[in-house]
Design a protein around this ligand. Structure first.
Ligand code: C2E
Ligand code: MG
Ligand code: MG
Ligand code: MG
Length: 278
């Protein structure tokens, strides 16, 4: 009985791997066809300050495929990274989001920042910093209006290649942010070696901030780190007033999450900003 059961388990396991593999192959095939005809779109999620004013927004890629339906960005970004499509996808995302941003109503008294997620593979592309600076010029954007978000995944092994690029970007005035801070194995050592301006407290800490003392203490520690290193801090994934209140009490200044706004098309951002200016 036992052997039989085990054999079934193995079969199940193998077919699971096969299903996952086939899905990745399917995603890769459809993604190749989605980039050129601009089937991937961008959504923007507001970042607000402690008074609830919109101070920035994060660009998030969206893809509804005819065959696959909605494919989450985590999934197709990982496929793009594994199949040589990441640079093309990344350039596409930068072009779309900088173009969109440059169509927004702007006010000197009301600065607004755009954050874009960048894969480590993009930083490794020769001439990446020049490419980004050229895109900023094309869209009449100042370097300090753009923040590039980096996750620490894959970072350690590529540090020596990427560090000079990060320094070059930062020297030219572009802001750098460490995404999902606190979830990796190397957060603190990376903090010491990377030229960054901002930390994004991962959603997992925010989720349980009012239920779990350890989570709250963790966020308090991250706030202290940010303060000591003169880094800006953004709390991600804020879903309730209670979470926002606790984060404000702890000393967070900048927030992002469904409680303040879901990711929306650029037209909705424009309306929101126009309404808040009037
Ligand atoms: P991320 O950069 O950490 O982005 C935040 C994610 O949290 C987004 O998921 C956003 O929709 C979600 N989120 C924000 N507030 C809340 C909240 O209050 N509750 C919940 N449940 N979720 C919230 P999304 O859009 O699915 O993106 C997932 C990840 O995919 C991103 O995580 C980022 O790592 C990656 N990604 C998305 N777009 C791009 C892109 O254009 N380029 C690259 N390289 N990666 C991207
Ligand atoms: Mg991000
Ligand atoms: Mg994040
Ligand atoms: Mg993430």
């Amino acid at each position: 009985h036992k052997a039989k059961k085990n054999r079934n388990d193995v079969c199940l396991f193998q077919s699971d791997i096969e299903t996952r593999y086939l899905r990745r192959v399917h995603i890769e095939q459809r993604l190749r066809g989605a980039l050129e005809p601009h089937l991937i779109t961008m959504a923007y999620q507001a970042q607000v300050d402690a008074k609830g004013r919109v101070v920035g927004m994060e660009a998030l890629a969206r893809w509804y495929d005819d065959e696959l339906g909605y494919v989450p960005p985590n999934e197709f970004v990982s496929v793009a990274e594994a199949s040589g499509l990441m640079v093309q996808l990344g350039n596409y995302v930068l072009d779309r989001s900088l173009e969109d941003f440059s169509t927004l109503p702007r006010q000197k008294a009301f600065p607004l920042e755009l954050s874009v997620n960048i894969s480590v593979l993009q930083f490794m592309q020769p001439g990446f910093a020049e490419t980004v600076l050229e895109k900023l010029r094309q869209n009449h954007m100042a370097p300090n209006e753009l923040t590039l978000e980096i996750t620490e995944t894959m970072f350690m092994s590529r540090q020596s290649t990427i560090l000079p690029v990060l320094n070059q970007l930062r020297d030219s005035g572009i802001r750098l942010s460490m995404d999902d801070f606190g979830t990796g194995y190397s957060s603190l050592s990376l903090l010491r070696s990377l030229p960054i301006d901002e930390l994004k407290v991962d959603k997992t800490f925010v989720d349980s901030i009012n239920e779990d003392k350890q989570a709250r203490k963790m966020v308090e520690s991250i706030v202290a780190i940010a303060r000591n290193h003169e880094l800006e801090l953004v709390a991600e994934g804020v879903e309730s007033q209670e979470q926002a209140d606790t984060l404000i009490a702890i000393g967070c200044q900048r927030f992002q999450g469904f409680f303040f706004g879901r990711p929306v098309p650029i037209g909705d951002v424009r309306e929101l900003l126009t309404a808040s200016v009037e």
